[in-house]
Write a new protein. Structure first.
Length: 302
């Protein structure tokens, strides 16, 4: 059952959320699934695709966004050894692409967490056998039993707010990994994908947080992820792939511009201008290593 309030808003942990509020999430994600459908791939995946392996060299393969997104899904599912998973948790499940792919690959029960009512409604409307979406934060989530594998893509960026002191940030991140450790069965794995700060110092980062796009959210540094996970997980694999997000953003921007007339007609010119500006600026940030994309595969300790 979902931990929701009578007004269908997510239940809040005592003292409020450590990171982005459900109102902040709604500001960005609840502008209409039909809007996102106009420029995302058919699976409605709103995170960086995986265009090739980190050791591949030479010209970039000519693959579609849809193919690269499927490669990303399978990377994370392979990372948690999906063939051994009866149960899987997706923290920050978006419109359910990981859940559906996990079920296609043999998972019996796939649970997704989101604070977006639009996303939760979409997943529920699909009526995928074995899928369960909960309108709640990881901070209040309680599983029905041990989980075989955990995936989190594009949610970690929302776990802390701008202005938090380093020790406070680290405590929040550590709490997340501690909770994941407690949910996972012995031998289980966690696969995490997150935008992280690149070659910038904290003074620059404090001024560069794009709160006009994602209110209440700040990015982690890669070292914060390693340090917070350390008591609970062994990081068995990590990759930094800013190129993956730059390519994905370019594909989204091209699709958004191609659909300008329909977007303006259905959602207004202000929405189009906001997303066009944000996608363009984010592309520049990844191309210049202000930010990067990190993927971490972690094995549960103990």
């Amino acid at each position: 059952m979902s931990s929701t309030n009578p007004d269908n808003t997510p239940a809040r942990p005592e003292g409020g959320y450590a990171g982005a509020s459900d109102e902040a999430i709604a500001f960005h994600y609840d502008v209409g699934t039909d809007f996102y459908r106009l420029w995302l791939d058919p699976r409605l995946i709103y995170s960086a695709a995986r265009w090739r392996g980190p050791l591949d060299r030479g010209p970039m393969p000519r693959v579609s966004l849809e193919t690269a997104q499927l490669a990303k899904l399978d990377f994370h599912l392979d990372a948690v050894r999906v063939e051994e998973c009866k149960t899987l948790l997706d923290v920050g499940c978006g419109w359910g692409a990981v859940l559906k792919r996990a079920l296609e690959r043999g998972v019996e029960r796939a649970t997704g967490l989101t604070l977006s009512r639009d996303q939760a409604q979409h997943v529920r409307s699909q009526d995928w056998p074995g899928a369960d979406v909960r309108l709640e934060s990881y901070e209040v989530f309680t599983p029905d039993g041990p989980i075989d594998g955990i995936i989190s893509i594009g949610a970690f960026e929302h776990f802390v707010r701008p202005g938090y002191e380093p020790a406070h940030r680290q405590g929040i991140y550590r709490s997340f990994f501690e909770r994941c450790h407690g949910w996972l069965r012995k031998g289980g794995a966690l696969s995490l994908q997150s935008i992280c700060w690149g070659y910038v110092d904290r003074a620059y980062a404090a001024k560069a947080v794009p709160t006009y796009v994602f209110p209440d959210s700040d990015l982690p540094w890669p070292n914060e992820v390693f340090e917070a996970a350390n008591p609970f997980f062994d990081v068995v694999y990590a990759e930094s792939r800013a190129e993956d997000y730059a390519l994905t953003l370019r594909a989204w921007l091209k699709a958004l511009r191609a659909q300008k007339a329909e977007i303006v007609a259905g959602h207004g010119e202000k929405i189009f201008d906001h997303y066009e500006k944000y996608l363009r600026r984010c592309t520049y940030a990844f191309e210049n290593n202000t930010v990067t994309l990190m993927r971490f595969v972690m094995s549960r300790r103990g």
